[in-house]
Design a protein around this ligand. Sequence first.
Ligand code: FMN
Length: 199
Amino acid sequence: MVKLSVIYYSATGHGTAMARIVAEAGEKAGAEVRFRPVAETRDPQSFADNPAWSANYEDTKDLPSATGDDIVWADAVIFGSPTRFGSPAAPFRTFIDTLGGLWAQGKLADKVYAGFTSSQTAHGGQETTLINLYVTLMHFGGIIVPPGYTNELKFADGNPYGVSHITGPDNQNPVNDATNAALEHLAQRVVTTAARLAG
Ligand SMILES: Cc1cc2nc3c(=O)[nH]c(=O)nc-3n(C[C@H](O)[C@H](O)[C@H](O)COP(=O)(O)O)c2cc1C
């Protein structure tokens, strides 16, 4: 059975919704799944005036947070982070920066990886965020499995680099059907590829 870790950071909850879709689709594809939010690095008081951020924090704070072991354990990892200034968010990078020891031992290599992101605007850096993530995965020696346009549905969500959601001017757009389908497709593709590599 393929082991899939879904490791993501989310402040205002879009990433959490996306990660849940990925995890469920991974299970449907036959994987054993670890669902792991990256721990919030900010004091909750600092975002107490942001209801979406506070709600997501309350919703996820008691779940086990991502650790390096969740990558070592897995055959496949799907990462998620919001786009911030065209790159993955700092808390996500803080988690990545804990992985030096495992990287030095070669324990992050030879696994299947892919990613998803969200941003407020369509051209606000979704592709650069994913490419940024994938540069790191190259350093891991990871096997990056982008979705490309390998299914008709990718022409609806339109992102061959990974999956991305546009949260909108008020940062309140829920995940739409096209993105939902693209997340399910990504999870299925990653699990299937990992199973093939395992022989
Ligand atoms: C510091 C900061 C920087 C951001 N930079 C961008 C950006 O470059 N482009 C963009 O479209 N949205 C940007 N956003 C909006 C976030 O991408 C959006 O709120 C996020 O995708 C929501 O994901 P989450 O609900 O999982 O936290 C930024 C938000 C913050 C807080």
